[in-house]
Write a protein that binds this ligand. Structure first.
Ligand SMILES: *Cc1c(COP(=O)(O)O)cnc(C)c1O
Length: 378
C-alpha cells in the first residue's frame, strides 16, 4: 500500500470491541489479570497500553521497521536510545546535531562514561577518521539544523556497517513521508514527534523505530525499565495529527520552495539554505535519498540588527522555538535552538547573529512573502 493509505490503515485503527473508527484512549494504569499464570497481553501500563500500541504500530509501518516505541518527548526517545550503550563506549555524532542531543551527550551521558565526538558528516572521510576502537554507533541528522546540511545516509550507514557499529538517524525534519532511513541502511530512526508528526504545536512526544529484532528487544527492555513512556492522551493526539501527514508535508514543501526562491532575490538576504534549491551543496544527495526537501528554510541577512528587526516585525509567523506545525514559526537559532551550545562550537557551525530559521506553515505562501517583505523594509 502507498504511504497515504498506510497512514490511515495499519490494521489497528478500528477498535475491535466496539468498531469505533478512532482508537480509544485507554486511560488506565493497570489491567485485571484473569489468571496469575496467564496475565494476558497487558498487565501494567508502563509496559504496554493499547492506545500506545496502536501508535507504535503506526510509526513502525510508516518507517518500515519491525517495531516502534513512543516516548514522553523527542529527548526522552533519544536518551532512551543512548541507554543501549555502556560506560566506555563512544558514539560518533554529526556536528550540527540538535542542541538538546548535544547537551544530553556532553553534560549527562558523559557523567556515566559514554563518550561522544562531533564531526562534519557531510564529508564521509570525517566519519572514517572519527571511528575509534570503542565506537558503537553513528548518530546522524539529514537535513541538519539549522543550516540544512545533507549527509549521504546510505554511504554513511555502509561505513558504519563495515565497522560493525549501528547507525541512528534523527528523521524529525523529513518525516517518513519524505525519507525512510531504515531503507537506506540505518538501524534505528528517532523522531521528535513534537514537530511534523504531531504537526499542531499541541503536544510533546518522541518516537523510535528499528528494523532489527535484537535492537527491538533491547529497546523494549529500556522503554519499560527507564520508563519515559508517552501517556495515552498524547498517543491519541499524535495519531490524530498523523492522519494528515502527507497532505501537510506536501503543502509545507510547496510553501518552503516558493519562499526560498523569493528570498534568493532579496537584496537584504545574503544566503538562503534550502536543500530543494539546485545550488544547495547537498541537493543531488537529498534528491537521491528522499522524495522531498521539507518545509524548513534558513537564511542570512546583512547583519544581526536586521535579523532582530525582521523577527520582531513579522506578523504571521509566531516567534518561537520548535518547527513543523500548521502555523509558520520563525526562530533565532543563536538565541534559541542552539543557545545550549558553547559559542565557539556555534560559530564553527555558522550559527551566528545574522541567521534566521523559518518553519513554513500552511498559510498561503504569498501572504508569508508579503509579511516578510514588510518586515524587511519597515
Ligand atoms: C525538537 C527536536 C528534538 C527534541 O525533541 P523534543 O520533543 O523537543 O524533546 C530532537 N531532534 C530534533 C531534530 C528536533 O528538532
Amino acid at each position: 500500500m502507498k504511504f497515504g493509505t498506510r497512514l490511515l490503515h495499519t490494521g489497528v485503527e478500528v477498535d475491535e470491541n466496539t468498531g469505533a473508527v478512532s482508537v480509544p484512549i485507554y486511560q488506565v494504569s493497570t489491567f485485571h489479570q484473569t489468571s496469575i499464570d496467564n496475565p494476558g497481553p497487558y498487565d501494567y501500563a508502563r509496559s504496554g497500553n493499547p492506545t500506545r500500541d496502536a501508535l507504535e504500530e503506526l510509526i513502525a509501518v510508516l518507517e518500515d521497521g519491525v517495531r516502534g516505541f513512543a516516548f514522553a518527548s523527542g529527548m526522552a526517545a533519544i536518551s532512551s536510545v543512548f541507554c543501549l550503550f555502556s560506560s566506555g563506549d563512544h558514539v560518533l555524532v554529526c556536528e550540527d546535531v540538535y542542541g538538546g542531543t548535544y547537551r544530553v551527550l556532553t553534560r549527562l551521558f558523559s557523567r556515566f562514561g559514554l563518550e561522544a565526538s562531533f564531526v562534519d558528516t557531510t564529508n564521509l572521510e570525517n566519519i572514517k577518521k572519527g571511528l575509534r576502537e570503542n565506537t558503537r554507533a553513528l548518530f546522524l541528522e539529514s537535513p541538519s539544523n539549522p543550516l540544512l546540511k545533507i549527509t549521504d545516509l546510505a554511504a554513511a550507514a555502509e561505513i558504519a556497517r563495515e565497522a560493525g557499529i549501528i547507525t541512528i538517524v534523527d528523521n524529525t525534519f523529513m518525516t517518513p513521508y519524505f525519507q525512510r532511513p531504515l531503507e537506506l541502511g540505518a538501524d534505528i530512526v528517532v523522531h521528535s514527534a513534537t514537530k511534523y508528526l504531531g504537526g499542531h504545536s499541541d503536544l510533546i512526544a518522541g518516537l523510535v523505530v528499528t528494523n532489527s529484532k535484537r535492537l527491538a528487544e533491547e529497546l523494549a527492555f529500556i522503554q519499560n525499565a527507564f520508563g519515559a513512556i508517552l501517556g495515552p492522551q498524547d498517543c491519541w493526539l499524535l495519531m490524530r495529527g498523523l492522519k494528515t501527514l502527507e497532505v501537510r508535508m506536501k503543502q509545507h514543501q510547496r510553501g518552503a520552495m516558493r519562499i526560498a526562491q523569493w528570498l534568493q532575490e532579496q537584496p537584504q538576504v545574503t544566503q538562503v539554505y534550502y536543500p530543494g534549491l539546485p545550488d544547495h551543496p547537498g541537493h543531488q544527495i537529498i534528491s537521491r535519498q528522499a522524495t522531498g526537501y521539507g518545509g524548513i528554510v534558513s537564511f542570512r541577512v546583512q547583519n544581526g540588527e536586521l535579523a532582530r528587526k525582521i523577527l520582531h516585525q513579522v506578523k504571521i509567523p509566531v516567534l518561537a522555538v520548535s518547527l513543523g506545525a500548521v502555523e509558520s514559526i520563525i526562530s533565532y537559532p543563536v538565541k534559541m535552538s542552539h543557545a545550549s551550545m558553547p559559542e565557539e562550537h556555534r560559530k564553527r557551525l555558522g550559527v551566528t547573529e545574522d541567521l534566521i530559521r523559518l518553519s513554513v506553515g500552511l498559510e498561503d505562501p504569498e501572504d508569508l512573502i508579503a509579511d516578510l517583505e514588510q518586515a524587511m523594509q519597515s
